[in-house]
Design a protein around this ligand. Structure first.
Ligand code: XMP
Length: 326
């Protein structure tokens, strides 16, 4: 088992060589810990759980059982990428659960942000728990706990009520990256051959698009949000902004605005572009994005996304505003 505290003489993992050394050591430690027993992992597709999955697949192959719960609030293409990388490329023992309807039905009419978060977090635990109880012979639970989780919280991987796992699961934990900082986890992910779209992914909240589809979530606004977010990501990527901006996404409010489409008066949704730079997410600035890029994103959203007639760029730093809109 790994200690709780990072040893003072532990090398910072900055190179692929150091990452490969770390990977070999962890493979040996995990094999020693779990032997030929089965290990369960909730694989969200985020950096930490993806790196743990890739590492454990190397260590114990099919004895790692990954469960990916699609709560219907993922970004465009995200769940598909998890299946493509882990099932098709890495041959993982992956259970994919599309729980979209379950989550969206529960969230219907719920507009209060913290209640939305609690519902998403609570349902995630339920779905995972149900799936785990169908499996037999599981002895261990793997988690993508990283060092800041240990320093900043009680060591449980749970942010803002989402992403936590059932408290009553009586499994011993396997947490191979628990002494690493985020930048080290990314280097290890690269050494394991994970794609940059996974390893260099920007932070994505556990409740996902649920907190960006403001107020009570509706399927039409969720669709507009997912499509506009995909356009934003594509255009920022083309403009070389992906690695320069810490976090960016779109938001769809729960009020309509007047517009004109095809010569007729429209009453459609606005889309807000949010982009921030920060070191620690506590204080953020808003990057100056070229007008050409903003205009391209705006034009594409207005032409390609149904039900949207207006696009705005949020210029508010943190403080006064938070990064997310709710
Ligand atoms: P705020 O909006 O508080 O966001 O300035 C700071 C960082 O936290 C992320 N965030 C969340 N992450 N569950 C998460 O896992 C949440 O409910 C949640 N709310 C905000 C946000 O994306 C940003 O990176």
């Amino acid at each position: 088992m790994l200690p709780n505290k990072r040893p003072e003489n532990m090398d910072r993992i900055t190179t692929l060589e150091l990452a490969n050394k770390f990977i070999s050591e962890q493979i040996a430690l995990v094999r020693e810990q779990v032997g030929d027993k089965k290990v369960l992992l909730a694989l969200s597709g985020g950096v930490d759980s993806s790196v743990v999955a890739a590492l454990l697949i190397k260590a114990i192959g099919k004895n790692l059982v990954c469960v990916h719960v699609n709560h219907g609030l993922m970004r465009k293409g995200e769940s598909e990428e998890v299946v493509e990388v882990f099932k098709n490329q890495l041959d993982a023992n992956l259970i994919y659960i599309d729980a979209t309807d379950r989550f969206l039905n529960l969230l219907e009419g719920v507009s209060e942000p913290e209640r939305k978060r609690k519902i998403i977090g609570g349902e995630f635990i339920k779905v995972f728990d149900e799936e785990a109880s169908k499996l037999s012979g599981i002895s261990y639970l793997a988690q993508g706990t990283i060092y800041p989780d240990i320093i900043e919280s009680d060591g449980v991987k749970a942010h803002h009520n989402v992403g936590g796992l059932p408290k009553d699961m009586e499994f011993e934990l396997v947490e191979p990256v628990r002494l690493l900082f985020k930048d080290e986890v990314r280097v290890v992910g690269r050494a394991l051959g994970l794609p940059s779209s996974m390893v260099d992914r920007q932070p994505f909240p556990g409740p996902g698009l649920g907190v960006r589809c403001l107020g009570a979530i509706t399927r039409d606004r969720l669709h507009a949000l997912r499509e506009s977010d995909a356009i934003l990501r594509e255009e920022f990527d083309k403009a070389g902004l992906t690695s320069q901006i810490w976090q960016f996404f779109t938001v769809v409010p729960d009020f309509r605005t007047t517009g004109v489409k095809n010569g007729k008066r429209a009453y459609d949704w606005p889309v807000i572009i949010r982009a921030v730079n920060t070191v620690d997410a506590m204080v953020c600035t808003v990057p100056e994005i070229s007008y050409t890029v903003l205009k391209k994103v705006t034009d594409r959203i207005l032409h390609e996304v149904d039900g949207v007639c207006r696009v705005l760029y949020d210029l508010s730093p943190k403080p006064s505003a938070t990064i997310e809109w709710e």
